[in-house]
Design a protein around this ligand. Structure first.
Ligand SMILES: Cc1ncc(COP(=O)(O)O)c(C=O)c1O
Length: 407
C-alpha cells in the first residue's frame, strides 16, 4: 500500500470511529457494565499487524510485555490469551520448576473468579478455601493464616473488583490475582509488584483491553522462562536459556525441541499492538475510576440497609466495579437499578463453594479443603451485587445511582 492509500485508510477508520474511545457517557442513558474503551488508534495498530501479515505472537507482544512489566515495576512480563490462562500458567510453571508439588495446598478466597480457583486443581494442587474479610471482600488474612498446615505452600489473594488485598504471608509463595485491579496499590506498592508473580486480565470489560488477553508479571527469570515454554506447546524457542537445551539435545531439531509439557495459551500480535495503545490511556482512566469510587462511597455511606466498600487505609482502590451488600433481599434493588438502565451483576463468582462446578470437582474426586466458616462469603453470595464503574462515568452517574439506591 502506498503512503496516500495508507492515509486514506487511516482517515476512513478515524471517521468511522470518531468519538471512540468514549471518555464521556450520558448518565441519562443509564450505567452499562462497560463503556467501549478502544478507538481508531487501537484498530489501526491491530490493522497494521494484519496488513503486514505479522499477526502471530511477535514484536508487538514482546514490546507490550516489556512496557506492562515496567509499568508494574517488574522485570518480566509473559503475555497470554486471557487472565484465566495467566492464573493457570503461573501455577503450572511453579509445578514445572518443582517449587510446588502435586498435592501441595494453595490458599484461595471463597469469593473470586471461577478461574482463580479452578486452575489450582488443574495444576494438580489442593485449593484451601478461606473466607473473605467483611471490609475488603478480599481474602481474610487472619483466617488465611489460621488455615495453614504443613502442606500449605502458596496463597492466591484476589484483588476483588479493584480493592487491594493484603499480600503479606511470610514464607508462602504469593500469587496475586490482579485481573481486575489495574492501578491499585497496597502500602504504597503497585498491585502486581508485591507477590512472587501476579496475573492481569485484558478482557473487553476490564480497565484496559486487548479484547481477550492477560499477562503474568514477575521478577523471577526462571519462572518467566518456564512460563514462556509452557505458554507455547512446551517448546524451547522463547526461553532465555535455550542454548543450553539445544546443546544438551543435539539430535533433536531445535525448532521443534519440546522441554516441558505445555499448552498453547499464546496471544496474537494484534492483541499486543492493542495493549500498547491502551496502556497509554490507563493512568488517567484509573484516576477517574478512583474518583468515582470515592464519590459514590461517600454519597452512600450511612444509607440504611446498604453496605458499600470504601478504599481501606494504606490502599488505592482501582475502581473496577462498585460493590454493595443489601440487608435482606437484594433483588428489588437490583430490579430497580436495571429498570433505569443501571446494569447489575453478582459479586464475581460469589461463594464459589456454592457453585455447581465446585460440586463437580468433588464428584470427580479432586481434593479440596474448606478451612473455617464462610460467613462473609455467604453474605456476599446471597446479598451482594455490583454495578459498573468506568473512566467515562462521573458525578452525574453517581447522583443517579444514589437516587435509585436511596429512593
Ligand atoms: C479476579 C479475576 N480473575 C480472573 C479473571 C479471568 O480473566 P479472563 O476473563 O481474562 O480470563 C477475572 C475476570 O474478570 C477476574 O475478575
Amino acid at each position: 500500500m502506498n503512503a496516500t492509500d495508507r492515509e486514506t485508510l487511516q482517515r476512513i477508520v478515524r471517521a468511522e470511529m470518531a468519538g471512540l474511545p468514549t471518555t464521556a457517557h450520558d448518565a441519562a442513558t443509564g450505567m452499562p457494565l462497560t463503556v467501549v474503551g478502544f478507538g481508531a488508534d487501537e484498530v489501526l495498530a491491530a490493522l497494521d499487524c494484519m496488513l503486514t501479515t505479522r499477526v502471530t505472537m511477535g514484536a508487538e507482544v514482546r514490546a507490550f510485555e516489556a512496557e506492562w512489566a515496567a509499568w508494574c515495576g517488574r522485570s518480566e512480563g509473559v503475555m497470554v490469551n486471557s487472565g484465566s490462562s495467566a492464573n493457570l500458567l503461573m501455577l503450572d510453571a511453579l509445578v514445572e520448576l518443582g517449587r510446588l508439588k502435586r498435592g501441595d495446598e494453595v490458599i484461595v478466597p471463597a469469593v473470586g473468579w471461577s478461574t482463580t480457583l479452578f486452575p489450582i486443581v488443574q495444576a494438580g494442587l489442593v485449593p484451601v478455601i478461606v473466607d473473605v474479610h467483611p471490609e475488603s471482600l478480599c481474602l481474610d488474612p487472619a483466617k488465611a493464616r489460621a488455615a495453614r498446615t504443613a502442606r500449605t505452600k502458596a496463597v492466591m489473594p484476589v484483588h476483588l473488583l479493584g480493592q487491594a488485598a493484603d499480600c503479606d504471608y511470610d514464607d508462602l509463595i504469593v500469587l496475586e490475582d490482579a485481573c481486575a485491579a489495574h492501578g491499585a496499590r497496597h502500602s504504597g506498592r503497585r498491585i502486581g509488584s508485591i507477590g512472587d508473580a501476579a496475573s492481569f486480565s485484558f478482557f473487553f470489560s476490564h480497565h484496559i483491553t486487548t479484547v481477550e488477553g492477560g499477562i503474568i508479571v514477575t521478577d523471577d527469570a526462571a519462572l518467566a522462562d518456564a512460563m514462556r515454554s509452557l505458554r507455547a506447546h512446551g517448546w524451547v524457542r522463547e526461553r532465555t536459556d535455550k542454548a543450553r537445551w539445544i546443546e544438551q539435545f543435539p539430535e533433536i531439531d531445535s525448532r521443534f525441541l519440546f522441554v516441558s509439557a505445555g499448552y498453547n495459551l499464546r496471544p496474537t500480535d494484534m492483541a499486543g499492538a492493542f495493549g500498547r495503545v491502551q496502556l497509554r490511556r490507563l493512568d488517567a482512566w484509573v484516576q477517574q475510576r478512583r474518583a468515582n469510587h470515592a464519590e459514590w462511597c461517600a454519597a452512600l455511606a450511612g444509607t440504611p440497609g446498604i453496605t458499600v466498600f470504601p478504599e481501606l487505609p494504606g490502599t488505592d482502590h482501582a475502581g473496577f466495579a462498585f460493590a454493595m451488600i443489601v440487608d435482606g433481599d437484594r433483588r428489588p434493588l437490583m430490579q430497580k437499578l436495571e429498570a433505569v438502565g443501571i446494569e447489575t451483576r453478582p459479586i464475581s463468582g460469589s461463594n464459589l463453594v456454592r457453585q455447581p462446578a465446585f460440586q463437580r470437582l468433588l464428584e470427580h474426586g479432586s481434593e479440596v479443603r474448606i478451612a473455617g466458616d464462610l460467613t462473609v462469603s455467604d453474605r456476599v453470595h446471597e446479598r451482594g451485587f455490583f454495578v459498573g464503574n468506568s473512566h467515562a462515568f462521573g458525578s452525574e452517574h453517581g447522583r443517579r445511582l444514589v437516587d435509585v439506591v436511596r429512593g
